[in-house]
Design a protein around this ligand. Structure first.
Ligand code: ZN
Length: 450
């Protein structure tokens, strides 16, 4: 058994002081507030639960910062996507593992302890399945195992290049499956997760552009895990869906698929008031990726109306252009402030802390979307983040004000240690494998950009 002690801790039922946490076999087995620390070696200042990162495409980290030069015409999500397709061409299985390991080290150092990997790079450079069709899923699982992050693997079903079952393009050849090959892929992915602690297998029809509702219905029974889909990220996508079906993407999805609390709708940026209300009532989680959505010029999610209607949300780092849990939450709130010319928008009610509301909502929404328990509670995995009490934006604060300082006022990282299943992976802000993983990542970048 491991025993940890914290001066203050943000528990599932609120803030407590002088908390002893007992950890056995990776789980929290006892939580005791108001305890004496004198016989406990591991004493720390502030404990937060690790945050779920509900949406990642790990391989995209390989070209983060490389698409920020203006092209000949107006740049958009769609010109970025062409650059992404080109970058994908030369990545092999060992590269996928090296890039994902770098991404997962950065996530752990940022306070994310579970990742939802929306994994759509499946085949070799010619678009042919590897001898084991799940080879690249196994590379993702290996990176999670090496770095210690909890994994909800979401193998992506991708069959078409646009609405109405259009032929996929050459740039999409490494993503494409039919229902039969996807069934084999899911089976291989399932075997690859067997030895990974706390792993969850879900499924991800990529989007209504890439999967028909008939195909979505056919693949849903392949797992009982979470179901994730990209929807309504871009106005062009809304226009294309309208001209194809006469309906908007979220409207079409809610009318034609059994969307409920098992689902996570990624982005859902462009919704009418009616769609916003209907999505909130469905119980599905909104998977918001504020840094990537800003980087790609997507738009701003209708958060106040969605939350007022009972909608749940979590955050993801999506393209992984920048990996920072606090900054995702800060940008989520700041985009709303800019749009509504108001302050403390997502706190919703008088007297509530914005930081604590954002953090608590992303914790609950992320746990639901990834089907992985989160929060400091007996029975939950001991996935814990400690903050540096010497940080000028953290020290001297208590309760919710700690989270307001962490999210809104800490420019340099305030995270000290991170434990996964009670094992300390990050200390002094550094993951124990940071140097070796970064060296491999640099070698991979040099190889694929040569
Ligand atoms: Zn995405």
């Amino acid at each position: 058994m491991t025993r940890l002690w914290f001066e203050t801790a943000y528990l599932a039922d609120g803030w407590a002081r002088h908390v002893t946490l007992d950890v056995t076999d990776g789980r929290i087995t006892a939580i005791t507030p108001d305890t004496d620390s004198s016989d406990i070696a591991e004493r720390h200042a502030i404990a937060l639960p690790g945050l779920p990162n509900l949406h990642s495409h790990a391989f995209q980290r390989a070209f983060a910062g490389n698409t920020e030069v203006r092209g000949p015409s107006s740049d958009s999500f769609w010109t970025w996507r062409e650059a992404m397709y080109r970058a994908v061409d030369r990545i092999d299985p060992s590269d996928v593992e090296a890039i994902a390991a770098q991404v997962y080290v950065e996530m752990l150092e940022a306070g994310f302890t579970r990742v939802g990997e929306f994994h759509y790079l499946h085949h070799d450079g010619d678009g042919r399945p590897y001898a084991d069709i799940g080879e690249l899923s196994h590379a993702i699982a290996a990176a999670a195992g090496e770095t210690g992050i909890a994994l909800t693997l979401l193998p992506v079903f991708y069959a078409h290049g646009g609405f109405g079952a259009q032929e996929p393009t050459h740039g999409q050849r490494r993503f494409i499956n039919d229902i039969n090959s996807f069934g084999r892929l899911i089976e291989s992915a399932r075997q690859g997760l067997e030895s990974l602690p706390d792993a969850v297998l879900g499924i991800a029809p990529h989007s209504l552009r890439a999967a028909t509702v008939e195909e979505i219905a056919a693949i849903l029974p392949l797992t009982d895990g979470p179901i994730h889909i990209h929807v309504a990220e871009q106005t062009k996508e809304v226009d294309d869906c309208l001209s194809w079906s006469g309906r908007r993407p979220v409207e079409y999805l809610l009318d034609n698929a059994p969307v409920d609390a098992r689902w996570c709708l990624i982005h859902a940026t462009h919704m009418t008031a009616t769609e916003t209300l209907a999505m909130a009532r469905s119980g599905a989680v909104a998977g918001l990726c504020p840094i990537t959505e800003a980087n790609l010029g997507d738009g701003i999610f209708p958060a106040p109306d969605f939350v007022a209607a009972g909608g749940r949300y979590g955050v993801g780092s999506d393209s992984n252009v920048l990996i920072n849990a606090a900054e995702e939450l800060r940008l989520l709130e700041y985009s709303q402030r800019l749009a509504h010319r108001a302050r403390n928008v997502l706190a919703m009610n008088e007297g509530r802390s914005t930081g604590e509301t954002l953090f608590g909502s992303a914790l609950k929404g992320g746990a639901q979307a990834l089907q992985g328990a989160a929060g400091l509670a007996v029975g939950a995995p001991a996935d814990i983040v400690s903050l540096d009490a010497g940080h000028p934006s953290i020290g001297g604060r208590s309760g919710a004000a700690i989270l307001d300082g962490f999210i809104f006022a800490a420019a340099r990282p305030a995270i000290d240690c991170v434990w996964r299943r009670g094992e300390k992976l990050v200390e002094g802000g550094h993951h124990h494998a940071r140097e070796s993983v970064a060296a491999r990542f640099r070698a991979t970048l040099a190889k694929i950009s040569a």
